[in-house]
Design a protein around this ligand. Sequence first.
Ligand code: GDP
Length: 353
Amino acid sequence: MFWRRRPSDPAWEGSTGPDVDPTREGADPVEAAAPPDTADHADGPTIQPVASAERPEPGPDLRDGVARSRGGFVARLRGLFASGEDESTWEGIEETLIAGDVGAALAMRIVERARARRDPAGGQAAVRAELAALLLARDPAWEPQRTRDGGPAVILVVGVNGTGKTTTIGKLASRYRAEGRSVIVAAADTFRAAATEQLGAWAARAGATMIAHAPGADPGAVVYDALDAAVARGVDLVIADTAGRLHTRSYLMDELAKVRRVIDRRLPGAAPEVLFVLDATTGQNGLAQAAAFNAAVGLTGIVLTKLDSTAKGGIVFAIEDALRVPVRFVGLGEGVADLIPFDPAAFVAALFD
Ligand code: GDP
């Protein structure tokens, strides 16, 4: 549940919410429902006050999380090498990599390079090394950065419907709250009232504030208000949800680009993180989605969700190779703690060791 800000509302006693111009108070969010793109900024924001954060559960084990992939395509690779290393073995390796969602062209490249290595440790070690080499080098200390003049760090979360965006935002909000950062989540998925409620539940659990408008409101206006609130209160991090959209709908991609421009306008010089949430079970189709989102808004990172639910974890290699954008987090379950930073070396070890 979220609350509309009313100065007389006892729910606001002690709240540190931003000052909101009372003249911008609109109707009740549900009653004010309007078709997308027609509502304007005058529908003032609703602000869910901060609840005390739940104590975070211990995170999942990466090895457990990728057990299906280890027992799936990686176990098949091992099996093939166990019975020799001739021409047919390498054909089988290529097929297995393709079945593991590495993609046909990349699978061929990996096999060619692995064979050319003539690795004294054997074909399996060569394939492992080639897979590891596909993953981008990254700074393990990476984190979203505040602007130079003390503005908030910003994460814009984008992706196709049902990939796990809302869940990921909840997990991220909990993670950063547990680290002691203040967090505002912006409910810029204004297509569905249920999306705001779902996000509100995650925010309350994390101890984050949520800024929301009436259903149907302009998502850019929600993000703008969230940034305003964050600046006014010195909040560390804003995480913006967006409506799931098909990458083939150009007007929806344009809307996303507009939200992105709102951030640039409100926080000039900010370098927002644009995280693309990819469902690992969608396979190679996810690559086309990612490429379209990258073209529209410029992705800075990928969150690969549902890695626990697939035996085809090869998509990790394919996406980093195709986009040259790092996977920042992987989702290994539905719980609040089931999101861990992606560590390439640990990932390869969890698959092979
Ligand atoms: P959205 O439409 O993109 O916001 O997707 P949701 O956040 O509502 O998630 C869709 C479904 O995926 C929900 O049932 C989530 O619990 C589930 N989900 C999200 N992330 C993960 C994950 O890492 N692993 C698993 N197994 N399920 C996940």
